[in-house]
Structure formats: C-alpha cells, structure tokens
Design a protein around this ligand. Sequence first.
Ligand SMILES: Nc1ncnc2c1ncn2[C@@H]1O[C@H](COP(=O)(O)OP(=O)(O)OP(=O)(O)O)[C@@H](O)[C@H]1O
Length: 219
Amino acid sequence: MFLEVDIYKKLSEFDLDVHFKIDEICLGVMGPSGSGKSMTLKCIAGIETPDSGRIVLDGRVLYDSNQHINLSPQERNIGYMFQNYALFPNMTVYDNIASPLVARRLDKTIIHDSVIRLMKELHIEGLEKRYPRQLSGGQKQRVALARLLIYNAEAILLDEPFSALDEDLKGELLKEMKTKLDAYHRPVVFVSHNKDEIKTLSHEMYIIKKGEMIHEEIS
Ligand SMILES: Nc1ncnc2c1ncn2[C@@H]1O[C@H](COP(=O)(O)OP(=O)(O)OP(=O)(O)O)[C@@H](O)[C@H]1O
C-alpha cells in the first residue's frame, strides 16, 4: 500500500504546494497554525478539492485534475479523525461506532461483534447507550478512534487527535493509538503541534510552512 500526494491549491494568504509519497508508515506533519496542515488532510480525504494535482492510493487514482477524476470521500475509503472528534450528536455511542459498517450494509451480527470487540479493546465497554454529550473528552476520542478503526480504511488521516486531552489521558491514548497503528500496516498521516507525539507515532516527519512541506529528521 502507498499514498502519493501532489497537490496545489490557492489559499487566501499563500499557495498550498504539497508533494509526498509514503508506504505503510506513519508520516508526522508539524507546522505553525494556519500553515495548511488541515487543508492538506481535507484534500486527501476529498472534503476539499485542490486546484490541480494528483492523489493516488495504492494504484487507485482518487484525484487527478488532468483526467478530471475526483472521487467522493466515501469512494476514497480513507479514515479521517478530526480535531473536534465529529461524532454524530444524535446517535448513541454504539450507533456512532457502527455507522461505517451500517453504511456498507454489513450483516447485523458482524456489526455487533465488531463494535463490542473494539469497545473492549479501547476500554469504553458499557457506554453503548450513551450520547456524545454524556461522554468525557477522552471517552469521545476513544469512540472516534473505534469508529475510525472499525472499517477497513485503506489509509488514515489524524488531525490533532489528542489536542483536547489532559496530559495523563493523552499519554494513555497515545499508547493505545501506537499499538493500533503498529498493527495497521497502511499509510497514516498524523498532524500535530507536539513533537513528542510525532516522535511516538511517526516514522518520518515533515514540517509544513506556508503551504510547503520540508522533510526533517525525527531527532
Ligand atoms: N476553503 C478555504 N479556501 C481558502 N483558504 C482557506 C480555506 N480554508 C482555510 N483556508 C486558509 O488556508 C490556510 C491554512 O489553513 P489550515 O486549516 O490548513 O491550517 P492548519 O495548518 O491546519 O492550522 P491549525 O494548526 O491552526 O489548525 C489558512 O490561512 C486558512 O485561513
């Protein structure tokens, strides 16, 4: 599996001009606020459209401005975890986690088994019937992580997934995320302001400044 990204997009204050190719590793991306990190992930996920370029995931063209290819986020099959968890507020925890499998019309027993297994693994069993507003920040992030991991996403994009957590909780979730990602063997792009988080999770690192990515050794 590999993810190849060559995108150009005019933004309000500068141009986003991003190029990288990764295989089954976690690529850490750091950079100042407003430098284009979230926009890069949104273009890869298909939520925003670049002005030109090409995005290829394991040989599948997701976006190509010359060929007029622009797959929808669902067709891309990429897992995306936002800064603000983005759980569905009117759905229970169970339904939130199950939603990617329900959308794929999987058998109810298979969905049930997968939800229960992931809830156990992420230590959120017992919360099935709660709504997101009845959860702590850490619980919400675990639910978002379970929903991300429940389906067979071909790549994962993480945008500041630990930003709202206190240090203890962050450390704990970081460990769980590392275990999950180590077993995942697919391309992962991880955006963070925090170098320690990048060091823990990532194999390679880029710094993004005003829309341009520069490779940097993780030291
Ligand atoms: N739809 C858009 N069209 C044009 N410019 C945009 C759009 N959305 C965001 N921008 C601008 O693009 C730049 C990059 O924004 P982006 O959200 O990618 O930053 P970021 O690096 O993720 O910042 P932060 O760390 O604060 O989340 C900002 O200057 C922002 O104002």
